[in-house]
Design a protein around this ligand. Structure first.
Ligand SMILES: Cc1cc2nc3c(=O)[nH]c(=O)nc-3n(C[C@H](O)[C@H](O)[C@H](O)COP(=O)(O)OP(=O)(O)OC[C@H]3O[C@@H](n4cnc5c(N)ncnc54)[C@H](O)[C@@H]3O)c2cc1C
Length: 456
């Protein structure tokens, strides 16, 4: 049996794992990374089509307040461009197509007022939730006893406002509002600044695109310690005692003094722990399912919709195309139309044959943008629920009765094991920036713990 020895073992080479490695590398620590896939990146995956069309099939965007991703962008010299955001957007509601500019679609005055008031109320509530300890909120138990869906029903009066809010929520969480607790939703929105930030392009989470993709950025960051990464090495058992951990992988045993686990909570059950994970931590992980989304790209020789004065952005109530973005660069570049299918729609849509999915998406794009949309040079879509080492996206969610009661066990170390991953982040939870923060935090924790073991 192959055996390796190191001081720190990182499990997972996504943004959190590579951030932890970067921190350890900067402090000249001895470490290894065990990654289940045959590639680094986790929930980021950048692929090139037709030799030159770069597409992010996983995470794509950066927002202006995601400081730690920006540090990596500046350190590596990665090139970026702004998401196209000019011209008229399309709203398709109840079979009627209308055009509007800005973030909020043109609906009747009463519905618009209703939507504005509900969003305002939600933003104000979210701002009252402490990011370090959301379970300490005076109303934590109450908010965690209801779903976000219940809150939306209670705080909107018009169907149009309710419907648009639900589409916005689906886009942010890749899940239905009935799947998540109000307390978790409030925490998540505050963690990413606000609902407005999370749904926006300008000054929002969809503002900037990396030319070489998000996985391209990660490869650059990981280059100085690429020789420490063990690919196709899933960890299936972790045994620990007071001296350290033994990780059993498909390729042998890795012994380390400390372990940093960056595996998404929903996949934690695949690892056997000896001794067992503390019961509250295990119960918490059992309650953090992944959302579901499908990213579909239709690529054209040029962004022809721009010539019609259209932004390429659609909000619709027509299955399967509820939200679209133009993610291409200049007018002379390829037209890159990105379609999101999310929540329950995605779970159904993913089960359809690939050709059927393509046909359904293109039929809707023709309806919104005209006949030219029928013939893309590339069509591709990506089912994250079918990825063995992710099984959903974008992030592990919390249903009712979870954050208030069990949230405090998310980040607590278990003996020599420290926990990272975007789901453990206080700021930008669910996003690349949150993943980096969590990796840095867990690495610092592990270094401190190793030092105090040595001095005692
Ligand atoms: C479709 C999609 C779109 C998104 N869009 C955006 C966006 O635009 N902007 C943004 O900021 N964020 C976005 N996100 C979220 C972002 O991708 C995640 O927050 C981030 O990548 C999480 O990083 P992580 O390192 O915490 O987890 P992961 O990336 O999941 O990394 C965990 C790693 O652990 C590995 N692993 C799992 N189990 C084992 C095991 N037993 N042994 C060894 N290795 C294991 C996995 O293979 C994986 O590489 C998106 C996500 C998806 C899926």
């Amino acid at each position: 049996m192959n055996e390796q020895q190191t001081d720190f073992l990182i499990v997972g080479a996504g943004f959190a794992g590579i951030a932890a490695a970067k921190k350890l590398h900067s402090q000249n620590c001895n470490f290894l990374i065990a990654e289940a896939r045959d590639r680094i990146g986790g929930r980021t995956l950048t692929q090139t089509f037709e030799g030159e069309i770069v597409l992010d099939l996983g995470a794509k965007w950066l927002g202006p307040t995601q400081q730690l991703v920006w540090e990596w962008v500046h350190q590596t010299g990665a090139e970026t461009y702004s998401t196209y955001n000019s011209g008229r957007n399309i709203l398709s509601y109840k079979g009627k197509i209308s055009h509007y500019t800005g973030v909020i679609p043109k609906i009747n005055a009463l519905s618009l007022l209703d939507l504005g008031l509900a969003m305002n109320r939600l933003e104000k509530l979210a701002a009252t939730v402490n990011l370090q300890q959301p379970w300490q909120h005076p109303q934590a138990l109450h908010y965690d006893a209801m779903t976000l869906h219940t809150w939306i029903r209670q705080n909107t009066w018009t169907n149009a406002a309710r419907h648009l809010l639900e589409i916005g929520i689906q886009t942010v969480f890749a899940a239905e509002s009935s799947e998540i607790s109000l307390l978790f939703a409030l925490f998540y929105l505050h963690s990413g600044d606000s609902l407005q930030t999370l749904i926006s392009i300008a000054n929002g989470a969809q503002q900037t695109i990396l030319k070489e993709g998000t996985q391209g950025l990660l490869k650059k960051v990981a280059a100085p310690f690429a020789n420490r990464i063990r690919l196709s090495t899933p960890v299936h058992k972790i045994v620990q005692d007071e001296t350290g951990v033994q990780a059993h992988t498909s390729k042998g045993i890795i012994r380390a003094r400390k372990c940093i686990l960056t595996v998404p909570p929903a996949l934690m059950e695949r690892i056997r722990f000896e001794p067992l994970l503390p019961q509250q931590k295990a119960q918490l992980f059992q309650r953090m399912p992944m959302g579901a989304a499908m990213k579909c790209y239709a690529i054209y020789p040029s962004p022809f919709w721009r010539q019609q004065g259209l932004s390429g952005q659609v909000i619709s109530d027509e299955f399967p195309v509820k939200v679209t973005f133009d993610v291409g660069h200049t007018d002379q570049d390829y037209g890159k139309m990105l379609v999101f299918v999310e929540g329950n729609d995605a779970r159904y849509f993913i089960s359809l044959p690939a050709e059927k999915r393509k046909e359904m998406v293109l039929t809707k794009l023709v309806r919104f943008f005209g006949k030219q949309a029928a013939s893309p040079i590339v069509y591709t879509d990506k089912c994250w629920t079918e990825e063995e080492w992710t099984r959903g996206c974008y992030v592990g969610l919390m249903p009712p009765n979870t954050l208030a009661h069990l949230g405090q066990h998310l980040r607590t170390p278990f003996g020599n094991i420290h926990f990272a991953g975007t789901e453990t982040a206080e700021r930008w939870n669910g996003y690349l920036d949150g993943a980096i923060r969590s990796g840095y935090r867990a690495a610092e924790e592990a270094i401190q713990a190793a030092r105090s073991n040595m001095s005692s």
